[in-house]
Design a protein around this ligand. Structure first.
Ligand code: MG
Length: 158
């Protein structure tokens, strides 16, 4: 049995915060504003996995209103959520992601980001892919005011 999940997240970009994507700090003059560490890619992946297993979403598991998650390491949130997914009997087949970020270009960091996500998920880096895109200068993403991440995963059980 297979199940597909989709996840999406967006965070504002502001000076004085690190740009964290999949647990990797990407050198940038701006980073994500967020109650947690703001790792938009980790959040999208978490929602894709929880959604595929129909277990809930990141906001239910880790409410922003809960001070426990202030400045939380999003890889720990991802790992915790994925443990629930595994406990429900699911295995990750593959994960594919898109990060929309006007700058910097993410290609030089892709291998590191894939390896970081794969490590948290106990997956082969071959089963995890990440693509960087720009918004062609259009809209808030194109103006560099925010970063958006999309994730799709396939889970298998039985
Ligand atoms: Mg988020």
């Amino acid at each position: 049995m297979f199940r597909i999940g989709i996840g999406k997240d967006l965070h504002r970009l502001v000076p004085g915060r690190p740009l964290l994507l999949g647990g990797v700090i990407v050198p940038s003059d701006r980073g994500e504003l967020g109650h947690s560490d703001g790792d938009a890619l980790a959040h999208a992946v978490t929602d894709a996995l929880l959604g595929a297993a129909a277990l809930g979403d990141i906001g239910e598991f880790f409410p922003p209103s809960d001070p426990a998650w202030k400045d939380a390491d999003s890889l720990i949130l991802l790992k915790t959520a994925f443990e629930k997914v595994r406990e429900a009997g699911w295995r990750l087949v593959n994960l594919d992601c898109v990060v929309i970020c006007e700058s910097p270009r993410l290609l030089p960091y892709r291998g590191t980001i894939r390896a970081s996500l794969a490590k948290v998920l106990g997956a082969d880096p071959e089963a995890v892919f990440v693509k960087g895109k720009t918004s062609e200068g259009l809209g808030p993403l194109g103006e560099g005011l925010a970063v958006e991440a999309l994730a799709v995963c396939l889970l298998e059980r039985g």
